[in-house]
Design a protein around this ligand. Structure first.
Ligand SMILES: Nc1ncnc2c1ncn2[C@@H]1O[C@H](COP(=O)(O)OP(=O)(O)O)[C@@H](O)[C@H]1O
Ligand SMILES: [Mg+2]
Length: 233
């Protein structure tokens, strides 16, 4: 623990990942990725559909494991942790936003944001207090008792953003966060990311095929042929 990161929140080296498909050839999706993510910045990874963006994001955030390679998150060697420790680290340090919000359908917006806090050890009252603040931050102060099905797609995604912020993460990962939204709602989510980055100083790593998001980012990397590149080509 406690390896000096020098302004880097994530440092990944030589990340490989293949999928083994029944009745077909294995596909090597990640072929030795190296990446450093700077604290406080919005980093964007752009790539075509199927390029391996989700695979990479899942691996960097501990949702999936690489076949080979090493990942440091906030000084902790993710690849040396057991599953229980990975879950704990994810709960404490990582916020994740999916293309499809992945909210729990039977719970209200407030409950969806409070649950990860309670898993992290908070009591209901303080969890709900924080959830209300976050739902206000994302502009849903008047929707807190609605269930996901009673919210629009854009509102659902904003609840997902509030949930991802619930435990004061060190880094926010977003996988095609505007991919399932119309352009107006996509714009609202984009502005929200900018606000979160500015006001909370939160580091954000986003992956997308949508070039419109380039204007949000401080640094853009391009994913192709299983590797990351500084230039589009
Ligand atoms: N669980 C899996 N099993 C087999 N193949 C997969 C699996 N997940 C992704 N793939 C394949 O890996 C490639 C990269 O997928 P993905 O990371 O989802 O790309 P992207 O997010 O850039 O669209 C695709 O060809 C996809 O079909
Ligand atoms: Mg994807």
């Amino acid at each position: 623990m406690g390896i000096k990161l020098n302004g880097k929140i994530i440092s990944a080296r030589n990340i490989h990942k293949s999928y083994f498909k029944k009745d077909s050839q294995n596909i090597e999706v990640l072929k030795g990725i190296n990446i450093d993510i700077d604290l406080g910045l919005i980093t964007l990874i752009l790539g075509a559909s199927g390029a391996g963006k989700s695979t990479l994001l899942h691996i960097l955030s501990g949702l999936d494991k690489p076949d080979k390679g090493k990942i440091l998150i906030d000084g902790v060697n993710l690849t040396s942790l057991n599953d229980e420790k990975i879950s704990e680290l994810r709960n404490k340090k990582i916020g994740f936003i999916f293309q499809f919000h992945h909210l729990l359908p039977e719970f209200t917006a407030l409950e969806n944001v409070s649950i990860p806090q309670m898993i992290g050890g908070k009591n209901l009252i303080s969890a709900n207090k924080k959830s209300k603040e976050l739902l206000e931050l994302v502009g849903l102060g008047n929707r807190i008792h609605h269930k996901p099905a009673e919210l629009s797609g854009g509102e659902q995604q904003r609840v997902a953003v509030a949930r991802a912020l619930a435990n004061n993460p060190k880094i926010l990962f977003a996988d095609e966060p505007t991919g399932n939204l119309d352009s107006k709602n996509g714009e609202v989510i984009s502005e929200l990311f900018k606000k979160i980055n500015k006001e909370l100083g939160l580091t954000i790593l986003m992956v997308t095929h949508n070039k419109d998001l380039i204007r949000l980012s401080d640094r853009t990397l391009y994913m192709r042929d299983g590797l990351l590149h500084e230039e589009e080509k």
